[in-house]
Design a protein around this ligand. Structure first.
Ligand SMILES: O=C(O)C1=C[C@@H](OP(=O)(O)O)[C@@H](O)[C@H](O)C1
Ligand SMILES: C=C(OP(=O)(O)O)C(=O)O
Length: 428
């Protein structure tokens, strides 16, 4: 845990950044490569701590994984050839690793024990384990499987038809990955569309997955075939520089390689609604995830309402959007976002408490927050709560504050964006 003092003196941001690999897609590339028998290669992999936790878990299952720069190669005996690990699988700070692994391990041939850090130990797992239990899995854990540590005995599963009670790509993915190994056709019904990287990548690995109006189905017993995955840049990482470019005076920055999957691009829509000076140039993509180059300039912003089915399309961007709203004219209302309470920390409380320390006019609500702007921000000592996105929100705020911002723990930023501070140096 290392403290960091940020004194930027209100720079104008200029320059070009290439956004590092998408965390969600990087996790899945290793997971699917490990399920497939044979070789999978990945470029643009995110070397964030969460994705390294995923690699570490699969190495313990006997999968050979080599990392060279951002290229990863996976050589797997296939899910039926995995070794039963003698060690506990450690998922660190990563909800995606923990929840997707549950779905994968449920239909494997091995017994595993899985645990993570203190934050993971507080995040709800029953949302995944309940449907997996309906599929016949044997998972035990603290508080009847609500919390890690969890023990999973892989077994033969049966298909289910499941109505999702929360919009969650992690829950959906865990069920689909268990469904790949189940007898029969597994159906997942979404009430709100969540990120679809699992569905896209399952197809890339040769599986048949159908989707009609939020009803996704997968036939059990399909095998995956190793392939090449190009990871797009992470829009959730780009978000910090999109906001920085919009709120720092005299700025114009270009962000290359930004993933613009329509199930992830809610922030683009919100920036447009708020009046951001932004242009988007889509790339000619050859892989299954679309990307673009985005240019953003200092913008005259107006408040907006963010609610309903856009929430899953920008859930991880809400902390930085809250900072953006402090610089917009008028009221910004964020609602229907109670899921924020069960992320790395309670992100409603953390965002509101920390932005208040900087002088923001912001109040928490049951399912979101209300922000009134524009407000000049001042330096302060902030807590990150060990949450990478709260840390980066504080660091972007430091670009516009009068006086320094101190982060109690900046190390957590390496969970999703290791070169974050280097990238600030490039553009400031
Ligand atoms: O599937 C994924 O890769 C993710 C899904 C989202 O979580 P939920 O499924 O809990 O909404 C998101 O917040 C997380 O950062 C990554
Ligand atoms: C919620 C996040 O990730 P995870 O659920 O994988 O910990 C995030 O990256 O903001």
């Amino acid at each position: 845990m290392s403290e960091k003092v940020l004194q930027y003196d209100k720079p104008s941001l200029q320059g070009i950044l290439t956004i590092p690999g998408d965390k969600s897609v990087s996790h899945r590339s290793v997971m699917f490569g490990a399920i497939a028998k044979g070789k999978t290669t990945v470029d643009g992999f995110l070397l964030g701590e969460d994705c390294l936790s995923t690699i570490d878990c699969f190495r313990k299952l006997g999968v050979k994984i080599d990392v060279e720069g951002t290229n990863v190669s996976i050589d797997s005996p296939g899910i039926d050839g995995w070794q039963e690990p003698s060690e506990v699988l450690y998922t660190g700070n990563s909800g995606t690793t923990t929840r997707l692994m549950l779905g994968i391990l449920a239909g494997s041939n091995v017994h595993t024990v899985m645990t993570g850090d203190a934050s993971i130990g507080k995040r709800p797992m029953r949302r995944v384990i309940d449907p997996l239990r309906q599929m016949g899995t044997h998972i035990t854990g603290r508080a009847n499987g609500q919390y890690t540590p969890l023990a999973i005995q892989g077994t033969t599963l049966r298909a289910i038809d499941y109505h999702m009670p929360v919009a969650s790509a992690q829950v959906k993915s865990a069920i689909l990955l268990a469904g790949l190994r189940a007898e029969g056709t597994t159906i997942v019904r979404e009430t709100e569309i969540s990120r679809d990287h699992t569905e896209r990548m399952l197809r890339q690995f040769g599986a048949k997955v159908d989707e009609v109006d939020g009803v996704i189905s997968i036939q059990g017993g399909q095998t995956l075939t190793g392939t090449h995955v190009s990871v797009p840049g992470d829009i959730s990482s780009a978000a910090f520089f999109l906001v920085a470019g919009a709120i720092c005076e005299g700025s114009k920055i270009m962000l290359k390689n930004v993933g613009i999957n329509p199930t992830r691009d809610g922030i683009i829509e919100v920036l447009q609604n708020m009046g951001a000076a932004m242009t988007l140039m889509p790339n000619e993509d050859t892989q299954s995830e679309p990307t673009a180059t985005i240019t953003i300039e200092t913008s005259a912003l107006k408040g907006t309402t963010i609610e309903g089915d856009i929430i899953p399309r920008l859930i991880d961007e809400i902390p930085i959007l809250a900072l953006l709203a402090t610089q917009a004219h008028g009221k910004t209302i964020i609602k229907d976002a109670e899921e924020l309470k069960v992320k790395e920390t309670d992100r409603i409380t953390a965002v509101v408490d920390e932005l208040k320390k900087l002088g923001a006019n912001i109040e928490a609500t049951e399912d979101g927050m209300i922000i009134e702007g524009p407000t000049p921000l001042r330096g302060a000592s902030l807590k990150t709560y060990g949450d990478h996105r709260i840390g980066m929100m504080g660091a972007v705020a430091a670009l516009i504050t009068d006086g320094a911002v101190t982060l109690d723990d900046a190390d957590c930023i390496a969970v999703s964006y290791p070169p974050f501070f280097e990238h600030i140096e490039v553009v400031k």
